[in-house]
Design a protein around this ligand. Structure first.
Ligand SMILES: N[C@@H](CCC(=O)N[C@@H](CS)C(=O)NCC(=O)O)C(=O)O
Length: 215
């Protein structure tokens, strides 16, 4: 028996699959669509919010939230990708900051230009895009200042905090965030893209493409 990591190609499940593959974690990645008709009965006991990623352990216990799953995958593989020692507070600082700041700003814009258009969730709201872009500029400036002095968020090197912070950047063909205005952020994302698990976490997996954008 092998733990199962349920995923789709959307940002948070992509993050979990990238983490699993970066760590060579002993999990089987299985495509899922808990919000699709007829799927709720199977997935509600695994995650009551019907969102991905979900990790189901061999004893049947399930864990949801990409951050919690990344922590578990690091435990499973004995990796310090999720730090356990002196740098743990610093890692949590960046994970936490990203959720309310840089990642949140990216999410606001990506939701309008990407998710809403893929899943027919309503018309693009330019006022929300403008608010997201304003937040992006505020927070990218802070991130850029840090990354001008460091290759990765933590002093000792790559960690899960980098993956979490960058979760929406592989979707920038759609979100069109002005990354080039922040050269250190752009260079940091280039470094991430050089990691095969980040560049193409779905390689070899059976995973339908995301629905096309509404034109
Ligand atoms: N806070 C959750 C967010 C989970 C979430 O919103 N997942 C979205 C994708 S980003 C989802 O399940 N969408 C439906 C799907 O992909 O089928 C996490 O970090 O894992």
């Amino acid at each position: 028996m092998t733990p199962i990591l349920y995923f789709s190609r959307n940002p948070n499940p992509r993050l979990a699959v990238a983490t699993a593959r970066h760590l060579a974690a002993p999990v089987r990645c299985e495509f899922a669509a808990p919000l699709a008709p007829g799927q709720a009965d199977k997935f509600r006991p695994l995650n009551p919010s019907l969102r991905l990623p979900i990790l189901v352990e061999v004893d049947g216990r399930s864990l949801w939230e990409a951050d919690a799953i990344a922590c578990r995958l690091s435990q499973m593989t004995g990796s310090d990708f999720w730090r356990t020692g002196a740098e743990l507070p610093d890692m949590i600082r960046w994970v936490s900051w990203s959720r309310d700041n840089f990642m949140h700003a990216c999410d606001m814009v990506h939701f309008e230009r990407g998710t809403k258009q893929r899943y027919r969730l309503g018309e693009l709201d330019e006022a929300l895009v403008a608010r997201g872009l304003a937040r992006f500029h505020e927070t990218a400036a802070i991130l850029d200042a840090h990354l001008r002095r460091h290759d990765w968020l933590l002093a000792s090197g790559l960690s899960y905090a980098d993956f979490r912070m960058a979760v929406f950047l592989p979707f920038n063909d759609v979100a069109a965030l002005p990354l080039a205005d922040y050269p250190a952020v752009a260079a940091w994302h280039e470094r991430l893209q050089a990691l095969p698990a980040w560049a193409d976490p779905f390689e070899g997996l059976d995973a339908p493409e995301l629905p096309p954008l509404l034109l």
